[in-house]
Design a protein around this ligand. Structure first.
Ligand SMILES: [Zn+2]
Ligand SMILES: [Zn+2]
Length: 457
């Protein structure tokens, strides 16, 4: 093809060379066009040809919108017209090619504002955390540290961000990849999969707040699904609990006195053994029902998967709300819900929920099969009573503290963490307060029987 010898010919050449660039208007004095990489990454530009063109270069104006950071706009505009072959009608394709390359190679364009906020968040962090950015790959490497714990990961922004470009990548608008961590695998998996769930739901059009609530792997009990029901339920039980607590306080005073008597009569051992046996039986009963609840959860999950698959087979993204940008929310999640965990205090005993030494935490999660000997097995068992458990409200409790908190009155108490105050739920413990009350009362009654019997021994 002959080299162009007029603006009209240059424009014709541009149309052939870069068919993806949309030309809205083109005259001998200006050209308005746009280039769209994805629906979320589109740049509009105007090129004005001076009367001295081509011995004077044209002027490029990038339309100021969300996609190009204001600080970059001026620089980009001058870079686009740098070192052009003045005097020749060969400048247009070169400039527009540069613009296209800029858009194609800057994967953070659709989220530069979020990225800036992410950088600010990390700047404020003084725990030795680091962030590095590979712009052409749309990749962020993040090392989050707190005390002796770390969570090392990468986040890759999808080309289609805040959505994804392919069906297979759905839900990975920000692809989170764990590199390394010293959190035990069980905790890490729970936290990472919740983070992924937040992204997936935000791509589905949910706000960050809603996505966070719905991504919680610990569900609120079914009976409390409805808010109005919850209020009535709480009111009823609060009054009832007051009287129950009174009964129990009286009972335990009586029990304490009898316990003293009994141990004086025939040594405490017998009573204590009986006590432990009763408690074990009660716990077994609880766990039998937990198994049923577990089955229910599994059924619910299977149902959810089915629905999910049906939806995915239709691959209909347009039906819901627009995908929400999830990068900043993801990093906030990683900071608040993962990095900050070593700072959490158990609301019951006010001590750190995680041991200061990550190896101690790992030991709590060591598979029994990997224990070297019986002593280690025993040590592990003891250590596990202090393993951290995250409950529905997001606060971390020691296993032992939580067990007592849920199974002993006052039942259905609110989380004592300042500013939390939500009810304390965990799927491993019963959530039905009537049942908790019943079990506690019958446990106390059995305990009294045992003590009464002991008095006559
Ligand atoms: Zn505790
Ligand atoms: Zn809480």
């Amino acid at each position: 093809m002959d080299l162009p010898s007029s603006i009209t010919e240059e424009i014709a050449e541009l149309k052939t060379a870069l068919p993806k660039v949309k030309i809205q208007t083109a005259t001998n004095s200006f050209l308005i066009g746009s280039y769209q990489r994805t629906p979320y990454t589109c740049i509009k530009f105007t090129i004005t040809f001076p009367s001295e063109y081509p011995s004077h270069s044209f002027i490029v104006d990038i339309k100021q919108d969300e996609v190009v950071p204001p600080g970059l706009k001026k620089k980009l505009e001058s870079d686009l017209v740098a070192d052009l072959p003045l005097g020749h009608y060969q400048q247009l394709v070169t400039t527009v090619t540069r613009l296209v390359q800029f858009i194609d190679n800057n994967r953070f364009l659709p989220c530069w504002k979020e990225l800036k906020q992410v950088m600010n968040l990390l700047k404020k962090d003084d725990s030795g955390s680091t962030i590095s950015i590979i712009e052409s790959k749309g990749k962020i490497k993040l090392k989050l540290c707190r005390k002796k714990y770390f969570y090392n990961c990468s986040i890759t922004v999808d080309e289609g961000y805040p959505s994804t470009t392919t069906h297979e990548d759905w839900g990975k608008a920000c692809l989170l990849n764990l590199i390394s961590t010293n959190l035990p695998p069980k905790l890490e998996k729970m936290l990472t999969s919740q983070a992924l769930e937040v992204i997936r739901r935000m791509q589905d059009g949910m706000t960050a707040e809603k996505a966070l609530v719905l991504s919680n792997p610990i569900r609120q009990p079914k009976m409390d699904d409805d808010d109005s029901k919850k209020d009535i339920g709480e009111k009823l039980t609060k009054d009832k609990l007051k009287s129950l607590k009174h009964d129990i306080d009286t009972l335990s005073t009586v029990r304490d006195l009898r316990e003293k008597d009994a141990s004086r009569v025939q040594g405490k051992d017998h009573v204590l053994k009986a006590h432990a046996k009763e408690r074990k039986a009660a716990r077994r009963a609880i766990h039998r029902i937990t198994d049923q609840e577990l089955k229910y959860d599994q059924e619910m999950e299977a149902k959810w998967r089915e629905e999910e698959e049906a939806r995915m087979s239709g691959y209909n993204f347009g039906s819901g709300n627009a995908p929400q940008p999830s990068l900043l929310s993801l990093v906030i999640f990683l900071q608040e819900k993962i990095q900050n965990v070593p700072d959490s205090k158990c609301p019951c005993c006010d001590k750190l929920a995680l041991p200061a030494d990550p190896n101690k935490l790992k030991f709590m999660y060591l598979p029994v099969s990997e224990c070297k000997n019986d002593k280690e097995k025993k040590d592990r068992k003891v250590a596990r009573t202090m393993r951290p458990i995250r409950v529905y409200c997001g606060c971390w409790y020691h296993y032992k503290c939580l067990d007592k908190f849920i199974l002993e009155p006052p039942f259905g108490a609110e989380c004592p963490t300042p500013g939390c105050g939500r009810r304390v739920f965990h799927p491993d413990w019963p959530d039905d307060m009537k049942r908790l009350e019943r079990e506690w009362a019958s446990h106390q009654a059995r305990l009294r029987e045992v003590e009464d019997a002991a008095l006559f021994l």
